[in-house]
Design a protein around this ligand. Structure first.
Ligand SMILES: O=P(O)(O)OC[C@H]1O[C@](O)(COP(=O)(O)O)[C@@H](O)[C@@H]1O
Ligand SMILES: [Mg+2]
Ligand SMILES: [Mg+2]
Length: 333
């Protein structure tokens, strides 16, 4: 594999797979990669610049916001908005939709989680950025509104995430498989490092926050007990891995096989994670890699969204593992 393929070059090659492509999707994916470089620049030296700790505000989710959440949000909105390729945006950190500073011509919608894994920011554990891209439903960018943001995950034209970890990796799909690029700071480029990622049909890891045990429903507890039983034939017991950053837990399981579950709980009756800028983009990637993503009953990509910040239970990862988890969730086991 030629390691000197930049992500920009890859975007252009992918564009050739679509005879109707105008190059605009390539340009806006380029903008996303550029914004990731800007966020990375601060994340890797977060302790040296004043972006650790609380911002002192609360977001629409009722969560206390970290300085880095706001920093990443602002960087992404400005870095991407200035080119006018997006007609409308939606972010975890903004209650309403965002009209880019310049939006004469954009025919795309960008939904994003600027900084995922906020609880891990101050302790140097991997965090990430997650993004989801749709086409406008109409053809006049000036008329873009919330309805353009509330499309089923199936309608995504591209999605991906960036992990700011021991290395910085950007993973994306525009419907032609899943590809990962590692950032090389010596040349400032994302270079192809994981071509055509496919996820194993069955894994050996499970990622569930067992700390909230008393919040879990019996169906989830029964599933966890099942994973912990001794049974060589089915590869049990599974090992538990829970970083607490969705993007990092998802990425590990994508590469090695495994399942991430954030179920409906007594505290979060609709789950904790957000459909539009966490579950949908990762479900798009997961399915492109041969995995499965549901809310325990329904395919994530088929869910008809009603609100920008709506939550959903999430069962995502290796197909066989998710199917078994669904059987427990539905009381069939
Ligand atoms: O602490 P909990 O309840 O396990 O929740 C952890 C989950 O919450 C999140 O931090 C939510 O995302 P944000 O950090 O973007 O708000 C996920 O990354 C993670 O999987
Ligand atoms: Mg998040
Ligand atoms: Mg976030």
């Amino acid at each position: 594999m030629n390691k000197l393929i930049t992500i920009e070059r890859h975007f252009v090659e992918e564009q050739k797979l679509n005879p109707h492509a105008t190059g605009e999707l390539t340009d806006l994916l380029y903008d996303v990669a550029f914004a990731a470089k800007l966020v990375r620049r601060e994340v890797v030296r977060a302790g040296l610049v004043d972006i650790l700790g609380m911002a002192g505000t609360t977001n629409v989710q009722g969560e206390e916001v970290k300085k880095l959440d706001l920093f990443a949000n602002e960087k992404i909105i400005n870095a991407i908005g200035q080119h006018g390729r997006f007609a409308i945006m939606g972010s975890e950190e903004n209650e309403g939709t965002i009209a880019p500073p310049k939006n004469e011509t954009g025919k795309y919608v960008l939904l994003f989680d600027p900084l995922d894994g906020s609880s891990n920011i101050d302790v140097n554990v991997s965090v990430g950025t997650i993004f989801s891209i749709y086409r406008l439903t109409g053809d006049n960018p000036k008329k873009a509104d919330i309805n353009d943001c509330l499309q089923k995950g199936l309608q995504q034209v591209a999605a991906g995430y960036v992990i700011y970890g021991s290395s910085v990796v950007m993973v994306y799909s525009s419907g032609h498989g899943v590809h990962g690029f590692t950032y090389d700071p010596t040349i400032g480029e994302f270079l192809l490092s994981h071509e055509n990622i496919t996820t194993p049909k069955k894994g050996k890891y499970y990622s569930i926050n067992e700390g909230s045990f008393h919040q879990l429903h019996d169906s989830t507890i029964n599933y966890i007990d099942y994973l912990k039983e001794e049974d060589k034939e089915t590869g049990r017991p599974y090992s538990t891995r829970y970083i607490g950053s969705l993007v990092a837990d998802f990425h590990r399981n994508l590469l090695t096989g495994g399942i991430f579950v954030y179920p409906a709980t007594k505290k979060h009756p609709n789950g904790k994670l957000r459909l539009m800028y966490e579950a949908n983009p990762l479900a798009f990637i997961c399915e492109q890699a041969g995995g499965r993503a549901t809310n325990g009953r329904e395919r994530i990509l088929d869910i008809d969204p009603a609100e920008l910040h709506q939550r959903t239970p999430l069962y995502i990862g290796s197909e066989d593992d998710v199917l078994i988890a669904e059987e427990f969730e539905q009381g069939k086991r």
